[in-house]
Design a binder for this molecule. Sequence first.
Ligand code: APR
Length: 308
Amino acid sequence: MRSKVTVVGAGFVGSTLGQRVAERDYADVVLMDVVPDMPQGKALDILEAGPVLGYDSLVIGTNGYDETANSDIVVVTSGIARKPGMSRDDLIRTNQGIVTQVVQEVAKHSPNAILICVTNPLDAMVQLAYKVSGFPKQRVLGMAGVLDTARFRTFIAQELNVSVRDVQAFVLGGHGDTMVPLARLSTVAGVPLPELIPAERLQQIVERTANGGAEIVNLLKQGSAYYAPSASVLQMIDSILLDKKMIMPCSVYLEGEYGINGLFVGVPAKLGAKGVEEVIQLKLTEDERAALQKSADAVRELIGVMGI
Ligand code: APR
């Protein structure tokens, strides 16, 4: 039987992800959204590309949850973006309402699914999804680190004029200003980054990475990034559905790892058929540990706003 991937929120990230999953040809796709007819239209459009591109994935659009039943993976992208004049706390509370309602339905209809959250503020929304779903920690995670790392790798490859494939990089911490790009453990064809890029220039690249989302928002004028975010979720889905056991930075529930307890924060994790199969513990320097702790504190503050 084919696997089933549901994407809740058929907006820019959700529909692009639906397209990417369909093109992989290993799973059927359900696009769910509250806007009448829109997910049905997008799903049909993606389905009709199948004969041209040669995939047989079934793609369905819906405004309800019946069609999502028994999904193997559910990706939550539903939410609103911050609008001018809206405070960060307003945004959290609005998306809290949306994610709560969505995850309740998802848990009811797909009790064995692995949940991947994308809605921002990311780490806080994953924590909420974990609580509302009641799922074990292995089956709830958030996409941020793969995207942040992809941005970091892009800028490093540009700087050194090398293939992105030769650049390995790690970004830890929460998704936001407090993320921790780990230059020390990043390499180009095995050579540590600090040996290749002067410290001052490297710092500029690290800062550009941390502001990577805002850079796109400023260029688009409305909306936020979706090509790289959807590609990043796809890599996580690949590793889970194909049981590849790839190690990638994800927002996962920590219980003592890195000295952090009871909180979702971005760290390297092994993803396989069971979801989060292992949290990889890197040896951090004092500075890195402090930066990660600061990032965790920022996540904790957002959780305080939600009152969960
Ligand atoms: N149930 C289902 N879908 C919903 C609900 C709900 N309760 N509420 C909102 N949606 C849908 C909207 O109708 C919209 O189609 O979620 C979709 C969000 O899509 P976009 O506004 O296009 O946002 P997008 O760019 O895809 O980003 C989604 O990912 O990167 C993050 O910060 C970003 O939180 C945002 C999310």
